[in-house]
Design a protein around this ligand. Structure first.
Ligand SMILES: [Zn+2]
Length: 308
């Protein structure tokens, strides 16, 4: 239990002072372990987040501090703490001068786009989307938690579910692009059973088996690739359709879900090696991204007709 010390007692982020005249006044309370570490100014975050840090600390000073002369010393403390976190003085002055904006008319937006934040690109995208009455919210994908916290053992590639995969033909350069919500191994067993099934009366279930039966080629099960991972069936279908566009040498019976026509030039640009694509990795990069391409080494196993 907290007890009064030197006529003060902390309560949440408030330090309550008992003045000699019996009046109670308040200042901001910081734990003895507090280090005045805030989001560094050079962090890869939207400017709005940094403005929010400054505004939030100053708002707290305005709201919480009632002690005589306390507001000025609290604001002085905030400024020096933020400057040591890399915030330029001019930035702090600019934010403090800005008057609170009128409540924005949120219901005017027809949709919300949630995008990863990429400095220099995201701001332009937000402006474009705003012109189309779409609100933009930025989210951070690469967080320390995501990078460091691995509470579970990794799932072997063949047992991962919700994937877009590529089966190369063992004899020619044709490939098959498919997707499944189930484990990749399970789907490969089904494809393999279709390929091995020689019953002429039975309708051939998969395009992989059809190619195998027509040409006598056998799929290269050892080099099956997991190209995308997505638990959501529709976005997985879209990713499958994109991969089909990126692999014109496919033996698929159809192109999957219909992609908006506006996407095709971007998809084709990506296909041509993304020469103008600034986000493409440099050619010297030898380390493949393990989340993008997972090779399956287990033997194929047995399938459901609604999947590809
Ligand atoms: Zn072939």
């Amino acid at each position: 239990m907290e007890t009064e010390e030197n006529s003060t007692i902390p309560f949440l982020d408030t330090l309550v002072h008992r003045e000699p005249n019996g009046q109670l006044t308040t200042t901001v309370y910081r734990k003895p372990t507090h280090t005045d570490q805030y989001l560094a100014y050079d962090s890869h975050h939207p400017q709005s987040v940094k403005r929010g840090v400054v505004k939030c600390l100053n708002d707290r000073a305005t709201r919480v501090v009632t002690k005589q002369g306390g507001k000025r010393s609290e604001k002085h403390h905030i400024s020096s703490a933020l400057v040591s976190n890399g915030y330029p003085v001019s930035f702090l002055q600019r934010v403090n001068k800005t008057r609170p904006r009128e409540e924005r008319q949120e219901q005017g937006y027809c949709a919300t786009a949630i995008l990863p934040f990429v400095d220099g690109l995201s701001q332009t995208l937000r402006r474009c989307l705003r012109d189309h009455n779409i609100r933009t919210v930025f989210k951070s994908d690469t967080t320390l938690r995501k990078q460091l916290v691995r509470p579970k053992d990794p799932i072997p590639p063949g047992r991962q579910d919700g994937v877009v995969y590529k089966i190369p033909c063992g004899e020619c350069d044709k490939v098959y692009i498919g997707e499944t919500g189930r484990a990749l191994d399970t789907r490969m067993k089904e494809h393999d059973a279709d390929v091995k099934s020689k019953n002429p009366d039975k309708k051939v279930k998969s395009a992989v088996a059809e190619h195998a039966h027509k040409t006598g080629h056998y799929p290269n099960w050892k080099n099956v690739e997991c190209m995308e991972k997505d638990q959501h069936w529709y976005t997985r279908k879209v990713k499958e359709a994109i991969q089909i566009q990126l692999h014109p040498n496919n033996i698929n019976r159809d192109s999957g879900v219909e992609l908006p026509k506006a996407w095709l030039p971007i998809v084709r640009k990506h296909q041509s090696g993304g020469k103008n694509n600034r986000s493409a990795p440099p050619p010297t990069s030898k380390r493949p991204d393990p989340t993008r391409t997972i090779r399956v080494t287990q033997d194929p196993v047995y399938t459901s007709p609604d999947e590809g």
